[in-house]
Design a protein around this ligand. Structure first.
Ligand SMILES: [Zn+2]
Length: 169
């Protein structure tokens, strides 16, 4: 055991470079078999590497995006907890409004839906007392939009009440 092995630095560099699957160069392996000092060094390096891997597996280093998302979620949860119930009502209102807008857009753009609605409306109209002049003058798409908006206005409060009631249980 030499006090300062001339191959020590080379062995250390090889150990740091070598991955698990990749064996050390033959020259270093032979030296490690002969030199106790370098063998101890190698043992220590490998033990440290193993420990590092174990720690990383136990507590993986989180990626920044995940940390950011977690912080956002935490902030949102805290805000929601602080605001309590009003957030729910606001969310429901926003949802109902969005659903109404989507429904109106869909209804205004979908020929199939408009056709279906026109037939339903015509059927309803024919069931009502006859006023043909008025029936022809009816701007059906606008009637349809009006009915959708009315449905949203009626459904949204009902939905909110439903949510509030279900939350109490
Ligand atoms: Zn050595």
């Amino acid at each position: 055991m030499a006090p300062g092995c001339r191959l020590e630095e080379e062995a250390l560099a090889a150990l740091n470079q070598a991955q698990d699957a990749e064996p050390l160069p033959a020259r270093i392996r032979e030296h490690l078999a002969e030199c106790e000092r370098c063998a101890n060094l190698a043992e220590m390096v490998l033990a440290l590497r193993e420990e590092k891997r174990r720690l990383e597996a136990f507590a993986p280093v989180p990626d920044p995006a995940a940390v950011w998302r977690r912080l956002q979620r935490k902030a949102w949860n805290e805000a929601a907890a602080a605001a309590g119930r009003p957030i729910t009502a606001v969310q429901v209102l926003a949802f109902a409004g969005a659903a109404g807008v989507v429904g109106a857009c869909y209804g205004a753009t979908s020929e199939w839906f408009q056709g279906l609605f026109s037939r339903a409306a015509a059927w309803l109209w024919s069931a009502l007392p006859r006023t043909p002049a008025l029936a022809e003058a009816m701007p059906w798409p606008w009637v349809f939009l009006g009915l959708v908006l009315a449905a949203v206005l009626l459904l949204a409060p009902a939905f909110i009440i439903l949510v509030l009631v279900s939350e109490k249980h």
